[in-house]
Design a binder for this molecule. Sequence first.
Ligand SMILES: Cc1cc2nc3c(=O)[nH]c(=O)nc-3n(C[C@H](O)[C@H](O)[C@H](O)COP(=O)(O)OP(=O)(O)OC[C@H]3O[C@@H](n4cnc5c(N)ncnc54)[C@H](O)[C@@H]3O)c2cc1C
Length: 366
Amino acid sequence: MRTAEVVIIGGGCVGTSVAYHLAALGCTDVVLLEEGELGGGSTSKAAGGIRLQHADELNCRLVLRSLPEFTSFAELTGVPIDFKQVGYLFLLDRADDVAVFERAVRMQRDLGIPTETIDLDRARELVPPIRADDLLAATFCPWEGYAAPESVVQGYAAAARRLGVTVRTGCGVTGVRTAAGRVTGVDTAEGPIAARAVVCAAGVGSAEIARQAGYDLPVHGEARWIHFSGADGGVPAHAPLTIDFSTGFYFHREGPGLLFGGRERTLEDLALPAVRRLPAIADLPIGSSWWGFYDMSPDHNAMIGAAPVEGLYYATGFSGHGFQQSPAVGEHLAELILDREPTLDLTPLSADRFRRGMSRAEKVVI
Ligand SMILES: Cc1cc2nc3c(=O)[nH]c(=O)nc-3n(C[C@H](O)[C@H](O)[C@H](O)COP(=O)(O)OP(=O)(O)OC[C@H]3O[C@@H](n4cnc5c(N)ncnc54)[C@H](O)[C@@H]3O)c2cc1C
């Protein structure tokens, strides 16, 4: 039987980040198994947003820790990720949302994040074509932005390979082997691999992987659509990623055009909130549309940690935030697996919180 110290299941931004961080810490006897193509799951469907404006402090800390890796990604891995650090602009038109954001901005500033509540003239200056007459407030943080998720996957995978990690695509895991309360390896269509540690980074497939190991990871897929127009609707090239918070409609510049999405399943349903906030969008041609799964957890916060089944590690349930957190999550799992002092204390994000009645809801969810 083949052996590896660590088997990673899933070649999205999270699995490849774990592979890279393990190798960077000196653990290179690692096999990453991806049933399809690298990045072919949720990662390649994502809008690429990297934001610090969360209501849960741990989400802010995860992205704060990830930010330097995004800004120096090309030097680290050799692959540029086109990180446009143009900020996020949240538009608020409900008093209860304003209260949530006021608390969140205070918490963010205590962490050293330069989020500001800005007046509506400044919001219009940043994104001239928005309709702002019904808004109550807006917040802006210049450290945020968006990058190319597929490039992040390719960069991590290339760097991990260079350091000695084996990356196998087209090789799905069909079973997780356990004995006496610990994992002993995995089964694949190409035969079993014995391993001391198995990492479940299988996105919406994580519930099934965990079940095979006798563990419960309550993650489920929620379909989200994104649309691209080759025209920009008057949105300036350096405009922030803009979010109409009460409806979830968001947009950012993408090359010569505009990328936009929301919670609605059809373009027809999205049209109402979209045109209300960005009237020019009504006249834009649609170039393409696609969908992917948000990997949802019951409280909209990630599940990250070591399972009670010894040797099983997991990271999933990111609920729309997995791309922006992937550097810090990869680092954290590598530290846990190698028995190092974790840089971040993420024990509150253990999936066991649901059994212990300790769920922690993230309120700023798009
Ligand atoms: C429309 C949309 C917009 C988004 N926008 C953002 C955003 O702006 N910012 C942000 O941070 N996040 C965003 N997200 C969320 C983000 O895409 C995910 O949280 C993130 O990609 C999760 O990464 P992952 O590596 O955990 O999962 P995935 O990318 O899904 O990777 C898991 C991989 O595991 C593989 N796999 C599954 N089962 C097996 C098996 N049995 N054997 C081997 N391989 C297996 C899959 O093929 C897949 O490639 C968005 C998501 C969507 C759908």
